[in-house]
Write a protein that binds this ligand. Structure first.
Ligand SMILES: [Zn+2]
Length: 211
């Protein structure tokens, strides 16, 4: 990361792309196409809101929690830190070892980022342990991000991890591709779509090295 240019860490939305098992698939359809003689080109998109790069609002796991439309904009924009994780789980020890402080925005870069090259869902991706989620909720971070479809494990600690973080008022950014970003201080710009009453939304996320 030598230049100061924004790096796009959002994944491409594609028809039938990898999504969470059981979630609605991504369906992108060209309804009109100038290539076929139509006057204009026009498409339709249908998908679950937790597909690709997206934000989880508290309402995802907290009854009456904040919706994506109620998200404070300053949570998603500003200084952040990419923390490199070499192990197969983000543990409470790794949270303590990185001395994460109150108010921080933390994005975990793991081996997951290479999983976006696979066409099938990967069940054994790197995720937070329940203890790590509790540790993060206690240290009062503002935002937690990870480079695959969930902060929690597949058929593992999904409820516990989401609840610990979202009940603590921590906003989650999932489905990042951090393969082109080095660990360190960065500026974050994350803009999820403004969808009424929604518990999450797809987002465009940009990072750039901190000045
Ligand atoms: Zn989600």
């Amino acid at each position: 990361m030598s230049s100061n240019e924004w790096i796009d860490v959002s994944v491409m939305l594609k028809h039938n792309m990898v999504s969470w098992p059981g979630d609605p698939p991504v369906f992108i359809e060209r309804l009109q196409d100038m290539e076929r003689g139509d006057e204009a080109t026009l498409s339709r998109l249908s998908m679950g809101l937790h597909t690709g790069t997206h934000v989880d609002a508290p309402l995802h796991f907290v009854p009456k929690g904040k919706t994506i439309a109620e998200m404070p904009l300053d949570v998603m924009t500003g200084p952040a830190r990419v923390v490199g994780i070499a192990s197969d789980v983000v543990s409470a020890e790794s949270i303590r070892a990185n001395a994460i402080e109150p108010g921080e925005r933390v994005l975990f870069k793991t081996r997951n980022s290479s999983l976006w090259l696979q066409s099938e869902f990967e069940e054994s991706f790197v995720h937070l342990s329940t203890e790590a989620a509790l540790e993060l909720s206690q240290c009062g971070v503002r935002l937690v991000g990870i480079d695959y479809l969930s902060v929690a494990g597949f058929r593992n600690n999904e409820v516990e991890v989401h609840r610990a973080l979202l009940e603590a008022g921590i906003w989650l950014v999932e489905g990042l591709d951090l393969s082109r970003v080095e660990p360190g201080d960065i500026d974050l710009l994350c803009l999820p779509l403004k969808i009424e009453s929604a518990e999450g939304a797809p987002a465009r996320v940009l990072l750039r090295p901190a000045r």
